[in-house]
Design a protein around this ligand. Structure first.
Ligand code: FAD
Length: 452
């Protein structure tokens, strides 16, 4: 079987890639291992993610599916003096800001809707699991697929997009991408479920709207989320250093014990703990893959990098990288940059710089919480509202002066500049302060397949 573009993974990165490629007149074939609808974590969107969905013409679908409207994120600190709110705001072409909205989503429904739209637009879906890439003369030329109903299929492609999420399909196989490194929040675990019967806010001010994201801060690296995903259901999760999860305690017991203990404002909102979804956990979610683009392939979204879930940037990065990839894929298919060592080096650097902005915001939140809240409240209110909204790329005037101040505070301004200047495109500090040896999770060894 042959296709111009093969997309591995039909989640948001994969489905959005197909939709944006279609706008360039390019058809694609998506290989997805799971049956949709399927559960997935990642339910709160940034303003930029919401805007991208509007740009795709999906506002009507989002409304039809009755996804809750989010006006901002409210953070509850250790005391009420530490509470703050960041509204969702857009920025017009004239540079002025305006109140905007985005959505919270039940991922099973949202991901299915997006994939269905991609299929309506002409993409083809293959139910199966990509096992190995096809590589010829150092160029990725497709993938071998283990079909859901049994049997093997080889799909030849001019371009492969790895949108496989946290399973980081290509990086795990070794030899195609660079190595995968642990990220700063690798020693964390998230434990989560859905509840009914939670008390929602009910005010009319933007920071009191019933469907906003709420974050509860207990200690450094120890927090909880509260994300309404429909009129009755709220997604709740606790994130903590993995060492705090008692050995032998079940996830269910841990979550139901932690939720009422973590913060009085959270306890007040959960008078009963009626869990209506399996309790799941994701440990070690923070990583970065070097050289995630190359001849015939690009990794998009979680397939190459995830930092920290606290401010809901995952979907935003996945969707926006999918958008940016469409034109460079079109150029490649048109024969451009074929002789370059990395035909997608500029795209790669562009995406890395965007996520570096997020990483610097997140690291400053954890490392310098007081300075961070002063900047959010007063010093750089609008500039940080931009960043929280997911406007983190160069053409969105990033890194702005707030992010550059954060870099100075973190002592990494020079390192960032150097890494960009020498074109390495790698985030610093890769492997993070928790891993001073900066050892990759595994080194890419051509032809060798390694487990995660
Ligand atoms: C604890 C936690 C909380 C989070 N909260 C938020 C949040 O509130 N907001 C937010 O925006 N983000 C959040 N995220 C991040 C968010 O979940 C991801 O960034 C987002 O899902 C990335 O989308 P994706 O399409 O790259 O990957 P995914 O959504 O994971 O999709 C990948 C798809 O690829 C398929 N696949 C994998 N391997 C193969 C293969 N070999 N062959 C075929 N198919 C394959 C999978 O079945 C899957 O459907 C959170 C993350 C964590 C860990």
């Amino acid at each position: 079987m042959k296709t111009d573009v093969l997309i591995v993974g039909g989640g948001p990165a994969g489905a959005a890639s197909a939709l944006f490629l279609k706008r360039q007149g390019i058809d694609s074939l998506i290989v997805e291992a799971e049956d949709f609808p399927r559960y997935h974590i990642g339910e709160s969107m940034t303003g930029a993610a919401g805007q991208l969905l509007r740009d795709l013409g999906l506002e009507g679908e989002m409304t039809r599916l009755r996804f809750p409207v989010k006006c901002g994120v409210k953070v509850f600190g250790k005391s009420s003096a530490g509470n703050w709110f960041v509204p969702v705001r857009g920025r017009g072409a004239d540079g002025n800001m305006f109140d905007a909205e985005t959505w919270q989503v039940r991922r099973s429904e949202f991901d299915k809707m997006l994939l269905d739209k991609a299929l309506d637009g002409g993409a083809t879906l293959i139910h199966g699991k990509a096992t190995r890439p096809v590589i010829r003369d150092g160029v990725v030329k497709g993938a071998h697929v283990s079909m859901r109903g049994g049997g093997q299929l080889t799909i030849e492609s001019e371009m492969l997009l790895d949108c496989s999420g946290q399973s980081t399909w290509l990086a795990n196989l070794g030899g195609v991408t660079g190595p995968k490194y642990v990220g700063a929040y690798d020693k964390q675990i998230a434990v989560f479920s859905h509840v009914r019967g939670a008390i929602r806010d009910s005010g009319t001010a933007r920071d009191e709207r019933k469907d906003n994201t709420l974050i509860f801060y207990k200690e450094k690296y120890h927090w909880a989320w509260f994300i309404p995903i429909d009129d009755e259901t709220v997604s709740v999760g606790v994130v903590a250093p993995s060492s705090l999860l008692p050995k032998g305690e079940s996830l269910h017991s841990y979550l139901t014990r932690e939720l009422p203990e973590l913060h009085p404002e959270l306890k007040r909102r959960l008078p009963v703990l009626d869990l209506v979804e399996e309790v799941r956990a994701i440990p070690n979610y923070s990583y970065q893959v070097r050289d995630f683009c190359g001849k015939g392939f690009i990794c998009i979204g979680d397939a190459h990098r995830f930092v920290d879930p606290i401010f809901s940037f995952g979907l935003s990065a996945a969707l926006r990288e999918a958008e940016f990839a469409a034109s460079v894929v079109r150029d490649w298919l048109g024969g451009k940059n074929r002789d370059e060592a990395n035909p997608f080096a500029a795209y790669q650097l562009f995406c890395e710089k965007g996520t570096d902005v997020l990483e610097d915001l997140l690291d400053t939140f954890w490392e310098h919480p007081f300075a961070f809240s002063v900047c959010v409240h007063n010093k750089y209110r609008d500039l940080l509202t931009d960043t929280f909204a997911g406007r983190v790329y160069e053409h969105e005037h990033q890194p702005n002066v707030a992010i550059r101040d954060f870099r100075r505070l973190l002592g990494r301004e020079e390192e960032r500049e150097l890494s960009y200047l020498n074109g390495s495109a790698y985030s610093i500090p890769i492997g993070s302060r928790y891993h001073p040896e900066r050892a990759p999770l595994w080194e890419a060894t051509p032809g060798e397949s390694q487990a995660a």
